[in-house]
Design a protein around this ligand. Structure first.
Ligand SMILES: *[C@@H]1O[C@H](CO)[C@@H](O)[C@H](O)[C@H]1NC(C)=O
Ligand SMILES: *[C@@H]1O[C@H](CO)[C@@H](O)[C@H](O)[C@H]1NC(C)=O
Length: 315
């Protein structure tokens, strides 16, 4: 779904079409003044903490296109995936889930990055209205973050609103302890393994690597996935805080990306992957502490050339 007036070039449009991906133009959903104000103030908080460049170098404006998954475009069921996910397994099991299915979220009513939904005109209209007209009262109602906690976005409002009228079918957490105590769910589901920005601590847990292996979708939520460097550099950390667990995942992302580009260049041909499968025996994807440090320093120097994002006054 491409918001009108977006910068998708014709060559990218042609590539999507060559891969059998339908490109749908959707109307822009301008955020309400209150929502915009809240997001701008959050960017200011991040800047004060010196984290803006790393966590949110670009402002969030365009993300609202996701709401159009509820629009009636001729589909019975929709599996909505964020752009910052890595799919590494068969997802047909997800389509068997009943709508609305999603994973838990630490701050919002549910995580809006992987959602099974049934399009519905009334819900679509209501959500567009909510995003466009959200008042400060709406923000207070749906934003359950503590003061200074970041992460407020369209998901906060949309998930909060949906949870009021829909029964959410939560995808099962991979941790047994979490299933026994649902209040402690950490979004470790097979279909939405959320890598929060505490990924480094989680990497030290022995169970985490097993979950990464088993997950069909890894979701690099809450943080900036550096697509630019990932596309160019197979060994790019992809994200500042998660090199240890996710080195192999980032390489996989790079390989899938280039494989897809390769396919678009050889339209119609049945192509073998242009990459060798990862050899998990020889390289389990874990970086050594020295590599982690090198990656950190490398990331710092690369991040200096990041796009600084849309200046606030242009929003
Ligand atoms: C926002 O609210 C106004 C006033 O109630 C309404 O006319 C308008 O249709 C709403 N916007 C959307 C996108 O629903
Ligand atoms: C695409 O993949 C084929 C087959 O693996 C390979 O021979 C070719 O060099 C690749 N082309 C590009 C542009 O990477």
């Amino acid at each position: 779904m491409v918001p009108t007036k977006s910068r998708l070039s014709d060559s990218w449009r042609r590539r999507f079409v060559a891969l059998g991906i339908k490109v749908v133009e959707v109307p822009l959903v301008p955020p309400s003044t209150s929502l915009l104000k809240a997001m701008v103030s959050e960017r200011r908080d991040l800047e004060k903490q010196g984290l803006l460049e790393v966590l949110q170098p670009l402002s969030y404006g365009g993300a609202f296109a996701k709401v159009h998954a509820w629009d009636q475009l001729g589909y019975e069921k929709v599996l909505l995936l964020d752009g910052d996910v890595l799919v590494k397994g068969d997802l047909s099991g997800l389509l068997k889930q009943r709508p609305v299915s999603a994973s838990k979220d630490l701050a919002d009513a549910f995580n809006y990055g992987v959602v099974v939904l049934a399009p519905d005109a009334a819900i679509h209209g209501d959500l567009v209205n909510l995003l466009t007209n959200a008042t400060e009262e709406d923000l207070r109602r749906y934003n359950r973050r503590k003061a200074n906690a970041v992460g407020l976005c369209d998901q906060t409002l949309v998930a909060g609103r949906l949870a009021e009228s829909q029964k959410i079918n939560f995808l099962e957490d991979m941790r047994k302890s979490s299933r026994q105590n649902p209040a402690k769910w950490l979004m470790s589901t097979e279909y939405n393994l959320v890598v929060s920005y505490r990924a480094k601590e989680r990497c030290d847990l022995p169970g985490e690597r097993k979950r990464v292996d088993k997950a069909r979708i890894i979701h690099f939520a809450n943080n900036w996935l550096n697509f630019e460097t990932l596309a160019k550099d197979r060994d790019s950390p992809g994200r500042i805080d998660s090199p240890r667990c996710y080195k192999a995942a980032f390489r996989y992302w790079h390989d899938v990306y280039h494989h897809a580009l390769n396919l678009t260049d050889r339209r119609g041909a049945t192509a073998e992957p242009a990459y060798a499968p990862l050899d998990f025996e020889a390289d389990d994807g874990l970086a050594t502490p020295e590599e982690v440090q090198a990656v950190f320093l490398d990331f710092q120097s690369r991040s200096k050339s990041f796009d600084k994002g849309v200046p606030e006054q242009e929003l």
